[in-house]
Design a protein around this ligand. Structure first.
Ligand SMILES: Nc1ncnc2c1ncn2[C@@H]1O[C@H](COP(=O)(O)OP(=O)(O)OP(=O)(O)O)[C@@H](O)[C@H]1O
Ligand SMILES: [Mg+2]
Length: 252
């Protein structure tokens, strides 16, 4: 069985990319999968969300060929869940690679050197459609789009889907949209219901059935360096990410 590589992208900030990468990864690991998280965001939020050390060599050192990807892998508090971290140094990559040959393929090149012991690789992107996100889209087989249930989400969505289609056409034929996941969902608001309906009418079964509710426990967990399955496995947010992990396993 081949490794499944999923990129979490949305150029809009604060929509739940990192929260989804960390917690989906944690539940895939809990369900028996060996999972590697890749933090492609210089903010390093994914790194700290799973309690990893952002002072250790991470994606900057990997993408500049200072260390091998395998040497940068860190354990997390979750069994079978590992991470390659990042920190603010990663912003430098845009400059370092600006004239590099095939600069969109750097992450792909490094991931292709990994052994086949991995079941899933989950790549968290920064809130832009710049070179780092492009590297994520080029290296992945699938993308998951986290979408917050608000009006402007829809405008950003069409630009993102166009970008994904362009990457598929020109840089990575393998790339498919695995699904759209609604985050911070509040079923008491009419707007949230309308956004879910509009997107579902258009994207049909690409929309995951699991809706991630707005849940304060999900926002607290990163400051403890713990995914939600360890921080508060009984909360609503945890239940929703477990369901999402089951859906992802079914889809591919
Ligand atoms: N379901 C949720 N319920 C409550 N808070 C949430 C939920 N999902 C995410 N948050 C909080 O919202 C903020 C943004 O989430 P997150 O960092 O996952 O988004 P992001 O898309 O990765 O942001 P960025 O674009 O800056 O990387 C964080 O403070 C996070 O803890
Ligand atoms: Mg993030």
């Amino acid at each position: 069985m081949s490794i499944k590589k999923i990129v979490f992208a949305n150029q809009k900030g604060g929509v739940g990319k990192t929260t989804t990468t960390a917690n989906l990864g944690a539940y895939l690991a809990e369900l028996g999968q060996k999972v590697l998280l890749i933090d492609l965001d210089p903010q390093g939020n994914l790194t700290s969300a799973v309690g990893a050390d952002d002072e250790r060599p991470g994606m900057y050192e990997v993408l500049t060929d200072e260390v091998a990807l395998t040497e940068a892998i860190q354990e997390t508090p979750v069994e079978r869940l590992f991470v390659v971290g990042s920190n603010i140094d990663l912003t430098g990559i845009n400059i370092e690679l600006v004239n590099a040959y095939r600069r969109e393929y750097y992450l792909d090149k490094h991931l292709n050197l990994l052994g086949d012991e991995w079941d899933y690789i989950l790549i968290d992107c920064p809130p832009s459609l710049g070179l780092l996100t492009l590297n994520g889209l080029v290296a992945a087989d699938y993308s998951i789009i986290p979408l917050q249930c608000e009006y402007f989400a829809l405008e950003g969505l069409s630009m993102l889907v166009r970008t994904i289609m362009n990457v598929k056409k020109h840089l990575n034929q393998e790339l498919e949209i695995l699904g759209i996941v609604f985050t911070m969902y509040d079923n008491r608001t009419r707007l949230a219901q309308d956004v879910v309906k509009d997107v579902s009418d258009y994207f049909k079964d690409k929309v995951f059935e699991s809706l991630i509710p707005r849940n304060v426990r999900l926002s607290e967990a990163p400051s403890h360096g713990l995914p939600i399955n360890l921080y508060d496995p009984a909360c609503k947010g945890a239940e929703s990410y477990l369901n999402l992990a089951k859906e992802v396993l079914q889809r591919g």
